[in-house]
Design a protein around this ligand. Structure first.
Ligand SMILES: *[C@@H]1O[C@H](CO)[C@@H](O)[C@H](O)[C@H]1NC(C)=O
Ligand SMILES: *[C@@H]1O[C@H](CO)[C@@H](O)[C@H](O)[C@H]1NC(C)=O
Length: 468
């Protein structure tokens, strides 16, 4: 089953341009900090493990994470936990002034007390290929610019930055001179800067790394994911429209299909995107895959006991700078996602499914639309993704053919997520009465009746005409 999406204006995250520069008060100091930067995937994952100490005279519950302004618009998926107390939480996150993420601690930290935070976030569109143009069978190298001192709103007594790569081919990285020479160490696929002595708030030390990454840099500019719940059909229909771009290196010469076909035999590493694999829930069926031209037959769908797998191939390999817009869809038994609780229903669906690729996939915008049956009321929802990633969310009416009132749609738009958020849940609860459930069949019956009456009237009119 397919359906069209509501023509709603795109809702975008509005980041206040920092006209009135906000500076967090020096309520904390970072006693010890380890900054782990993973460049193993086609997005950057950064983890900051830090022992923070409240140096203000009163309890504090707001810690500010500083993000360099040039990266801010590309940072997402911020999550925080207490490294020593897994049960502590929830920590909420919120963007402030395009420069900071405000982390609200679950309980205020007493004056003089310490807490060990584990802060995780992702940087999208983080790399630039160097060289920017390469041949179709070349290795690809990417550059990432960062600061060896973690950007911070607070004084940091002791810190180090570790950068992890997918292999040890790291031909270029910033080295230090003189007495700091030994503060840069490369061991295999890991590079360490530090440990550094006390640095004041806001201290930066720019460094740059260049590493081999001959894999596609798959960037989904926009994913529109529609989930349509039908009580009558006992069905949940999924449709996903992707606008994907490879952010890898551009080709330095025209694509050579013959050379490509010859090398395909050896299945070499390539920076072109050749295939996407979508693990789906067990019991998924009727999978389809289309692009702007139409149905694509180069897909495989397997329905296993524990999970189903949809594998699709683009019509051509997608090299750096090339785009790949496509649509997939499938149906599932509603019993796998929907539970009845008295007169209410609980729907539990993944916020994001998407391809599972060894090299990773990043998502600039994800717009999830869940269409509930007509007459669903008292709708509540919650999504298990970081609060600072949600750009907009709303419950609205969506009218389609044969709907009298319109179907209730839950729309959640998120920014800057990565494939690690696959399978995070969205839970929607709603009331749905027997009367509401009868509405659609009655409408169908009445329309059929009116068609019959209309046909009869038209028929008799024609009869009169034909007599003339
Ligand atoms: C595309 O494939 C689907 C499912 O196999 C089929 O129902 C549909 O008619 C096809 N559409 C076109 C345009 O070929
Ligand atoms: C790479 O290709 C894209 C799309 O054609 C283009 O916009 C971009 O400028 C190219 N980059 C370089 C460095 O040539």
């Amino acid at each position: 089953m397919r359906f069209t999406s509501a023509a709603l204006p795109a809702l975008l995250l509005s980041l206040s341009s920092a006209a009135t520069a906000f500076t967090p008060s020096a309520a904390f100091k970072n006693v010890n900090l380890v900054h782990v930067v993973s460049a193993e995937k086609n997005y950057v994952k950064e983890v900051i493990n830090v022992v923070v100490e409240n140096i203000a005279g009163s309890p504090q519950d707001e810690y500010y994470l500083a993000i360099p302004s040039d990266k801010f618009a590309h940072v997402g998926g911020v999550e925080v936990k207490d490294r020593k107390d897994a049960a502590a939480g929830p920590f909420t996150t919120e963007s402030v002034d395009g420069e900071y993420i405000r982390i609200t601690l679950p309980t205020p930290l007493a004056a003089g007390a310490q807490q060990t935070l584990g802060i995780t976030y992702y940087v999208l569109g983080a790399y630039r290929p160097l060289p920017a143009l390469i041949a179709q069978d070349d290795k690809q190298y990417l550059v990432y610019d960062l600061s060896a001192y973690v950007p911070s709103a607070y004084e940091t007594l002791k810190q180090k930055t570790e950068i992890k790569f997918s292999n040890s081919d790291v031909p270029d990285y910033t080295k230090f001179e003189g007495k700091d020479k030994d503060l840069v160490q490369k061991q295999g696929a890991k590079l360490t800067y530090g440990p550094f002595e006390t640095q004041p708030a806001g201290a930066l030390r720019p460094v740059s790394v260049r590493f081999e990454f001959t894999k596609p840099v798959s960037h989904v500019q926009r994913l529109e994911r529609d989930i349509e719940v039908s009580h009558w059909g006992g069905n949940v229909a999924f449709e996903e429209r992707y606008h994907l771009v490879n952010h890898g290196a551009n080709l330095s010469a025209l694509f050579n299909r013959v050379k490509w076909a010859q090398s395909a035999y050896y299945n070499p590493q390539t920076f072109a995107l050749k295939e996407l694999r979508f693990p789906l829930r067990a019991g998924s069926e009727d999978a389809y895959y289309t692009d702007v031209i139409g149905n694509i037959s180069t897909s495989r769908f397997r329905n296993g006991k524990r999970e189903s797998l949809l594998e699709i191939k683009p019509r051509y390999p997608v090299f750096g700078g090339w785009t790949f817009p496509f649509t997939i869809g499938w149906n599932s038994d509603a019993a796998a996602f929907l539970r009845r609780l008295g007169g209410s229903y609980v729907l539990n669906v993944p916020f994001l499914e998407g391809p599972k690729q060894q090299e990773g996939v990043e998502y600039e915008t994800v717009r999830l639309q869940i269409l509930l049956p007509e007459g669903a009321e008292n709708v509540k929802f919650s999504a298990n993704i970081p609060s600072s990633s949600i750009a907009a969310s709303t419950v609205t009416l969506h009218k389609t053919f044969l709907d009298t009132k319109g179907r209730t749609a839950v729309i959640i738009e998120a920014r800057n997520l990565v494939d690690e958020f696959r399978d995070r849940e969205v839970i929607v609860t709603y009331d749905y009465s027997l009367l509401a459930s009868l509405r659609k069949p009655i409408v169908v019956f009445l329309s059929a009746m009116s068609l019959f009456v209309a046909a009869y009237v038209i028929g008799s009119v024609e009869l009169k005409f034909s007599k003339k």
